[in-house]
Design a protein around this ligand. Structure first.
Ligand code: NAP
Length: 492
């Protein structure tokens, strides 16, 4: 183990970003472990037809590796993963990735003041610090309906490209950000598509044409234009957050009206409009950007079903009204186990305390979304309360990378072994953070942002700029420092 050995679990945008930041600061002994056969994180796993980011690429990219030649406003999956691979290669991070390595445990050893990281196949790594960069959206969730279904099925984040949808009767369960991207594509291919919706969504337009050659050339060649675009999209994201933070303000009401007008213009069939219409405050769940999904629902080969699913029979999907719809294939667009974060990994900190047990009692929480008391030099990327509803998660992850770098710099400067946030500091910051949700749209419905108790555990309650400011300068007085273990020589 090197003096500053850092093990990063997860080689998506978050993990790669931390590795780049730490290497720049002279932390050379870094390993990234990832369960997938290659780096990429969510962009490795999500290859469903139509997969793209609905955050424009001029913002959904690292600030230190901006590009001028994105093909579209919102890039498709292959362009994004190619970008991430390129950045990782340019910074020598690709060579640090151990693929096919599923981490099952991380244990802090107080005597040796270091972490032991264990993979499913029994390999271990020693580390002075660990970074858990597995994110919030890494474990596909499939509802546990009673089922005797004999047909084919798969989750949207594990798309079965070998399965030919042409001519098939297909059911899609779920109508979130993933489904609205692949439903229009599936509707084109399948003979018949039945979409099972539990809750309607609010929509804003997203045409996502290719950049016209002239615009692309201007962005590439006019000095400052690309930086201006990035800043413009950043500010646009902040205005969306403003509407969600203040749903009763004139701006919040205006954006809800704008969404309603757009949906009304798209949903010309009154029956489908009635079914698809959301029954909660604009912005409470993720606002979806698509100009293709609602028209797809009105195709003659598509049916939108809002009756709850009761079970899966041998032949298809049975709803509460007793009706069975026979299908060849069920596609689960049912999202992720967001509240599990890095679990089922076993993580034990000082005195063997289990993170799972701690969070089972308190709910997932971390100071600034990154550090947890009693887990020295353990850092979380895209952890509790760091999700964004109106911005780029890469901004948040870069901000966290800078904070982690400062923490490890401080450990190095003091010649300490590790850094541990003070419990009272973490408790105070969590209370302040939770108080900021009062009055926001996020509190006005049930969503994957909340745990069973109703506590909002995934989202940051404010703006990107506020998160950036909160993590810009690490305050060493927020932390205690674990001394290097004393090495006593046992006489022979
Ligand atoms: P999701 O937003 O959690 O949507 C899951 C869908 O499945 C919802 O419509 C949900 O209904 C439904 N569902 C869940 N359990 C169900 C059940 N038992 N019966 C019936 N329906 C059920 O998941 P996702 O679409 O995969 O997206 C997850 C997140 O990934 C997004 O919120 C976003 O942050 C991210 N994402 C981003 C992009 C992008 O372009 N930036 C694209 C895709 C995904 P309810 O609404 O009633 O819960």
């Amino acid at each position: 183990m090197g003096e500053h050995a850092v093990v990063i679990v997860g080689a998506g945008f978050g993990g790669v970003g931390v590795a780049i930041e730490l290497r720049r600061a002279g932390f050379d002994d870094i390993t990234l472990l990832d369960a997938a056969p290659e780096l990429g994180g969510t962009w490795y796993w999500n290859t469903y037809p139509g997969a793209a980011c609905d955050v424009p690429s001029h913002l959904y990219s690292y600030s230190f590796a901006t590009r001028r030649d994105w093909s579209r406003i919102c890039s498709p999956q292959d362009e994004i993963i190619t970008y991430l691979r390129d950045v990782a290669r340019d910074h020598g991070i690709d060579e640090l990735v151990e693929p096919n390595t599923e981490v099952v445990a991380c244990a802090w050893d107080s005597d040796d003041a270091c972490w032991t990281v264990t993979s499913r196949d029994g390999r271990t790594w020693s580390a002075a610090a660990i970074v858990l960069a597995t994110g919030q959206l890494n474990q596909p969730a499939i509802p546990q309906f009673e089922s005797t279904f004999a047909g084919h099925s798969f989750h949207s984040a594990r798309w079965d490209h070998a399965y030919d949808l042409r001519g098939k009767h297909v059911a899609v369960v779920g109508t979130g950000a993933s489904a609205v991207q692949f439903v229009p594509e599936v509707a084109e291919q399948a003979a018949r598509l039945t979409v099972f919706q539990r809750t309607g969504n609010w929509f804003l337009p997203r045409e996502n044409h290719l950049y016209p050659a002239l615009v692309k050339a201007a962005i590439e060649h006019v000095p400052g234009l690309q930086a201006y675009r990035r800043r413009f999209i950043y500010n646009y994201g902040e205005t969306l957050t403003a509407a969600i933070r203040h749903p009763d303000s004139p701006w919040g009401k205006f954006l809800a009206w704008r969404s309603a007008m757009f949906m009304r213009s798209q949903l010309t069939d009154p029956e489908i409009r009635r079914k698809a219409w959301p029954d909660y405050t604009f912005g409470c769940k993720r606002v979806l950007f698509s100009s293709a999904y609602l028209p797809a629902l009105q195709r003659p080969n598509v049916e939108l079903v809002t009756e709850p699913i009761e079970r899966l029979s041998d032949a298809g999907v049975v709803t509460d009204d007793g009706r069975e719809r026979a299908v060849d294939c069920v596609i689960w667009g049912t999202g992720f186990h967001t509240s599990r974060f890095m679990f089922p990994m076993e993580i034990s900190g000082t005195g063997g305390a289990s993170l799972r047990d701690a969070w089972a009692i308190s709910g997932p929480r971390a100071h600034k979304g990154v550090v947890v008391p009693g887990f020295p030099s353990m850092f979380i990327v895209y952890g509790p309360n760091t999700n964004t509803s109106g911005g780029s998660i890469i901004f948040y992850e870069e901000t966290q990378a800078g904070y982690i770098r400062q923490a490890l710099d401080e450990v190095r400067r003091r010649g300490a072994a590790a850094i541990d946030v003070r419990p009272e500091v973490a408790a105070a910051s969590d209370a302040a953070l939770q108080a900021r949700f009062a009055g926001t749209a996020w509190t006005r419905c049930d969503s994957w942002y909340r745990d069973e108790s109703g506590r909002i555990i995934t989202n940051w309650p404010g703006y990107m700029r506020e998160y950036g400011a909160a993590l810009r300068d690490l305050d060493p007085s927020d932390f205690t420092f674990v001394p290097q273990p004393s090495r006593t020589t046992v006489p022979a």
